[in-house]
Structures are given as structure tokens and as C-alpha cells.
Design a protein around this ligand. Structure first.
Ligand SMILES: [Zn+2]
Ligand SMILES: [Zn+2]
Length: 387
């Protein structure tokens, strides 16, 4: 291996160009041609294609991203093997390279050291960085992963892994059913085009379009449709704000099958140590982002003096809201310490009293939140910024 590079440099990466062009051409020409000449592929091939799209996509999101790049949970070796096996079949580099570059993305986001910086444009962030640029590989940021023998085996013998799992196995399974060509066109090429470009949308679409729910100064955005395409990875503003959380779609109604899969595997004890950010930190970040968005609008341009009174009210309401949130958090922590802590000597009366105090603090916060929302709704423009 060459010595570490210090900066990205432009260079045509012909292997990647040919690979992306080949799979795209087979998809754009082979799929309609097959349907015209032979007809719709049999259900078994459609099922194989959907299975491969989900298994390889989820191995990137659950495995490469949330397990290896961010260590948001721990996994049984059998689960690790499955994630590395189908992760290789996604043809998105080895888990080690992927995780190392992704750690650089978070650490140096939007700078020259970010491998897929959106500051270099939509196309660059989407696919340009993979076909026209060579990036320094700073494997010293992933020494923890280099202790994992299975992961290093995938890294050293990557071609065997990706061709075996991503091309030979699905084509062989199709051949066993008498449809090798259909399996190659649909379960290999078309599936790869879908998984590649949906994953790439995280770096392009989710750094340009959508809502900055938790951090208004980040380029990362929450985009529900990309989340739908990528098994939950589209809540990218949340992810950049809280990268150590195993969830990306943190609300119960947000589409995040990767989170559900990790929770399910934890329930049958195949994964453990799921990392979650405190709901108070998440709520605090959301309210802070709303307040910054509102304040930025009220203080911008020539009309700032017109909104002086409203601006003062917003700051005052936000200050109360912030204080009430911290008070509720303190009472909640105290109550949980009494109930779940190892200290047995507390009487039921003390626990009940603390529980009541926690409920009162929560009520005060909810009242402050209601007043804050009323103030925001009093101005249509502010309401459109927040709700
Ligand atoms: Zn990002
Ligand atoms: Zn990440």
C-alpha cells in the first residue's frame, strides 16, 4: 500500500466508472428488453431481487454505518458475518474503508478533508467523489475495527467476498430455478443501481434538501423520502447532531427499519449495548434549533427593528422553556435514581413524593411549551419556520 495521502486529488477511477456504467446500462437497457422479449421475471426472481435489495441495503445501514463506523451497538459474530457478507454484496468498498471514510466525513464535514463534501457540489457528493477523485485513507481513525479478524478478512480478500456474495450467489440461485439471466439482470445489476444511488442520496440529497430539525447550521438535512429509500438513513440532520445514537428516525412514526432491526436483534440477544441519546438532549436540540431559526429571521435585514418586541418575547419565552426543561430533567433523574438505583433504604413515601415533584416539573414544562407555541403561532411566518 502507498504511504498516506494528505489531500484528495482528481483522477479518473476507471474500474469504478466502468462498473457503475455497466450496471446502469444493463438496468436501463437489459430490464425493459427482458420484459419485452421474455416477459415479467418470475415471482421467485422478483423475491430474490427484493430480498437482495433489502439485505444488502440493511447491511450497509445496520452494519457498515451504525455498527462499524459509529459503534452504536455490539453484535454477535454471527450477525457481524451476515452484515459483512451482504455488505460486501452491496459493492460499496470494504467495511474498513467505508467506516474510515465515513468517520472522516463526520469529523471534517463540509471541509476539503470531507471525502464527500457537499461544498464541492451535488454531483461530487453523490457519485463524483467515487469516480473522479482519489482520497487519503486515514486508517488510524479505525484502529478499533482493525482488531476485528472477520472484518479484516473481508478487507484483505474483498474481491472474493463481493463477487461471491453479490454476483455469483444470486446468479447461482437464479440458475437453480432456471432463470440465471433474469437473476443477473434484476437481482445483481438493477438491485445494485438501486442500492448504490439510494445510498449516495444520503451524501447528496440529505446534505442539500430537507429540514434542519436539530441543528440549523449543519448542511445535513432530514429527508423522509430518502429515509424511505434507505431503510431509515434519511434523518441525516438528527444523525449528524447525534451520530452515537443507534437510531436515525428517532420519532415513533419515522420510517427507520434499521432501528427496528437492531431493536429486534437486541430482543433476541444477538446484539447488545444499544446507545441512545437522552430524550431531554434531543428535545433541547430541537427547541434550540427552532429558537435559532426564529431569531435569525427576526433579526435579519432592514426590518429587524419592526420585530424588536416579538424578538424580546421570543428570547424571554425560550429562556423560561429552557429552564423548565432542565428542571424537569433534574427531577426525572432523581426519581429514576430512587426507583432503579441500588439504594434500597428509600421509603415508598419518598419515592411517591419525588414522583409527584417530577410530574409537577413536567407540567410546568408543558405549560411553558404551550406558551412558546402560542407565541410562535401568533406570527404566520414564524409558524411556517417551526411547524
Ligand atoms: Zn452526512
Ligand atoms: Zn454517520
Amino acid at each position: 500500500m502507498k504511504g498516506p495521502l494528505t489531500e484528495s486529488r482528481p483522477q479518473m477511477k476507471w474500474v469504478n466508472i466502468i462498473f457503475f456504467a455497466f450496471t446502469m446500462l444493463v438496468t436501463l437497457i437489459g430490464v425493459p428488453l427482458y420484459i419485452l422479449k421474455v416477459g415479467m421475471p418470475p415471482p421467485v426472481i422478483l423475491a430474490l431481487t427484493i430480498f437482495y435489495a433489502v439485505a444488502t441495503g440493511m447491511s450497509i445501514t445496520v452494519g457498515y454505518h451504525r455498527l462499524f463506523a459509529h459503534s452504536t451497538f455490539k453484535a454477535n459474530p454471527v450477525i457481524e458475518f451476515i452484515l459483512l457478507f451482504f455488505g460486501a454484496a452491496a459493492f460499496e468498498q470494504t467495511a474498513l474503508r467505508w467506516a474510515s471514510q465515513h468517520r472522516d466525513h463526520h469529523r471534517y464535514v463540509d471541509t476539503d478533508q470531507d471525502p464527500y463534501s457537499i461544498k464541492k457540489g451535488f454531483f461530487y457528493a453523490h457519485i463524483g467523489w467515487l469516480i473522479f477523485w482519489v482520497h487519503p485513507l486515514r486508517l488510524e481513525n479505525s484502529l478499533d475495527l482493525q482488531k476485528n479478524k472477520l472484518l479484516m478478512h473481508q478487507h484483505k480478500y474483498y474481491l472474493l467476498w463481493c463477487i461471491g456474495s453479490g454476483v455469483l450467489l444470486p446468479t447461482l440461485l437464479g440458475a437453480l430455478c432456471g432463470h440465471a439471466l433474469a437473476a443477473f439482470i434484476f437481482a445483481v445489476c438493477a438491485r445494485l443501481v438501486f442500492v448504490h444511488h439510494s445510498t449516495f442520496c444520503i451524501n447528496s440529497v440529505c446534505h442539500m434538501f430537507g429540514k434542519a430539525t436539530y441543528d440549523i447550521y449543519a448542511t445535513a438535512r432530514d429527508h423522509w423520502f430518502v429515509a424511505f429509500l434507505t431503510n431509515g438513513e434519511g434523518y441525516h440532520n438528527f444523525h449528524h447532531r447525534f451520530p452515537g445514537d443507534y437510531r436515525n428516525g428517532v420519532r415513533w412514526y419515522q420510517w427507520d427499519p434499521s432501528k427496528w432491526m437492531i431493536s429486534f436483534l437486541a430482543s433476541i440477544r444477538l446484539v447488545s449495548d444499544l446507545k441512545k441519546v437522552s430524550p431531554f438532549r434531543i428535545l433541547e436540540a430541537k427547541l434550540r434549533a427552532d429558537q435559532q431559526r426564529v431569531r435569525d429571521w427576526l433579526t435579519q435585514g432592514n426590518e429587524a427593528s419592526r420585530w424588536e418586541r416579538l424578538c424580546t418575547d421570543v428570547e424571554a419565552h425560550y429562556k423560561i422553556l429552557h429552564e423548565r426543561l432542565h428542571d424537569w430533567e433534574a427531577k426525572s433523574r432523581e426519581y429514576r435514581r430512587l426507583v432503579y438505583g441500588r439504594i434500597q433504604e428509600h421509603s415508598q413515601a419518598i419515592k411517591t413524593c419525588t414522583q409527584q415533584e417530577e410530574a409537577v416539573s413536567r407540567g410546568k414544562f408543558q405549560l411553558a411549551l404551550g406558551n412558546w407555541q402560542l407565541l410562535i403561532k401568533s406570527n404566520a411566518r414564524l409558524a411556517s419556520l417551526v411547524f
